[in-house]
Write a protein that binds this ligand. Sequence first.
Ligand code: PEP
Length: 253
Amino acid sequence: MRKKIVAGNWKMNKTAEEAVALTSEVVNMIGDEVTGDVQVVLCVPSVYLTTLRQYLTGRVALGAQNCHEKASGAYTGEVSAPMLKSIGVQYVILGHSERRQYFNETNEQLAEKVNIALANNLTPIFCCGESLDLRQSGDFVGFVASQLTDSLFHLSPEEFGKIVIAYEPIWAIGTGLTASAAQAQEMHAALRQHIAAKYGPEVADNTTILYGGSANAQNAEELFACPDVDGGLIGGASLKSRDFTTVVKGVKN
Ligand code: PEP
């Protein structure tokens, strides 16, 4: 059985005080209200990782939003995978479309980031997804599959087994425009098939594939009910404890 995960991506939001308040609210609500077997991850701004670690429990893990592809060196302003590991971080988002767009991250660079994250026992949440142009007029399934091929398919089956994938159509991120459950299911099933063709059905079956893109308290349950959707990567709705907890409760085991 593959793991179900709901990860919150706070992006560049919250002051220190707000971050502590949101984290303790989420931890309490998850503890009180969520009975199912779902791993919750909070991917917070890196300046808060050390502080927030103290508030977390086994059910709510800590994630970063990026790491550099090198272990250390003259890269002013960057954060490395060994640094994240040294403060107890468990997950790291890699290849978010905002980083691909604003920081020009490439599939090749992301392959290096994936390698260094795995070498430091961090679980990559690898983001992929197509633009609106591609969705409307191109081979969007082939495009997203090639993001996996280029950044992940150099891994051994054992290494690939440690990856979490997040399908995030760019046109749905932060826009209020969600993929329909049918659109999400179509892509997730296609990606699982693509993984099966490379690594075999068992690895594909065990791969957690999250949906991200304006998932919220109203639509999460329907999206998560799709057979190939194993949870979500949640931006805006992760900034309010009640909304985020409702999203988490949308995962049914
Ligand atoms: C995201 O940034 O990963 C995301 C899914 O954002 P939102 O939920 O706000 O669309």
